[in-house]
Write a protein that binds this ligand. Sequence first.
Ligand code: ATP
Ligand code: MG
Length: 390
Amino acid sequence: MNPIKNPYSPGAGAPPPELAGRGELLTLASNSLQRIIRGNYSRSMMMLGLRGVGKTVLLNRIEQKADILECKTAIFEVDPAQTFPAQITKEVHRLLLKLDRRERIGVEVRRAFSILRSFASAFRVSMGELELSLSSEKATGDLTLDLTDLFVAVGKAAKSRGTAVAMFIDEVQDIDKEGLSALIMALHKISQLQLPLIIFSAGLPQLVRLAGNAKTYAERLFVFREIDKLDEHDARSALVEPALLEGVKFSREALDQILKDTDGYPYFLQLWGFHTWKKAEKSPICLSDARNASREAQRELDNGFFRIRLEKLTNRQQMYVRAMAKLGSGSSNSSEVADVLGISVKQAAPIRKEIIDKGIAYSPERGLIAFAVPKFDEYVRRTVPELANK
Ligand SMILES: Nc1ncnc2c1ncn2[C@@H]1O[C@H](COP(=O)(O)OP(=O)(O)OP(=O)(O)O)[C@@H](O)[C@H]1O
Ligand SMILES: [Mg+2]
């Protein structure tokens, strides 16, 4: 079949040809945006899910919607190599420039710029030429207080411009504890003042690393949504609809096989769809096409997606991951993993933390550990021979 017409798009954040199964969530997000534009309050949103389920794609899609609705937007991925204040400074700066597009800079926007400069200087963030003008504001150096002042100023600036601000934060699990807590407390103030600022964030389903007040507020300030693999009906649509647009059909057996192999995980569906299209000679795509493609897709995953992640781990982290895989699919007890390794829970704890920090695993509940990458356990068992016959 014509490779140029292959509709599938396996890749990080690559928009799928058919965004299956996310209609309700997109409606919810759109309603939230429209509410804050009208000056009504709406909770921010936190989308949590495993690797490759489509979180980035959703954030991008909601940002496009916000843009169409004429919200001022900033979208970024948390970068552990930078401090959180540095990233926030850059993004807020960008937002303020967007608010500043009209001829005359308003009082509130000017004030927000000034607060941003003092925020940046308190956290030693370089802002290039903006640093040249001195700020009349004074930041305290306490992230929670200063971020709150900054968000309030941005919210007021947006309000004075008759618009709203939407921030999109990807890989939110990489914000450190202090940053996350400050973000929540800042949103708390925004909600009290009913200012038009909303955050859409996405990340791994980590136990939210928050303590005290911030935690109880988080539950009220955010709508938490689990982004899961697709159910059978939606997984079918994700494969069938894009092909139909090109006049191509799947046999029932081929489709069943792909659904079984991918288990409805969006990234895998795109990858399998892509390879099946490549293997098939004509429509309808048949079972042997699907089987051939499956081998190819599996090889690609093993040599890329999975292997890259395993190779990023140090020896002792790999040992930990192997012990997890040995315990099977789903979540394991951290104490059982330590048992397999023949070390104490206390000795295993730092390794466990490293793996979580690297985004390979997460803790679904206290004392439990699970892979954040779908089917990673199968890969580890497949590629480490001594585990295969456990
Ligand atoms: N609803 C969907 N229907 C079909 N395909 C989808 C859907 N959502 C995402 N995909 C596809 O899944 C793949 C992964 O999407 P995306 O990068 O957004 O996942 P992610 O959850 O952000 O992953 P990671 O945690 O690794 O960043 C992409 O190829 C995308 O096209
Ligand atoms: Mg992503």
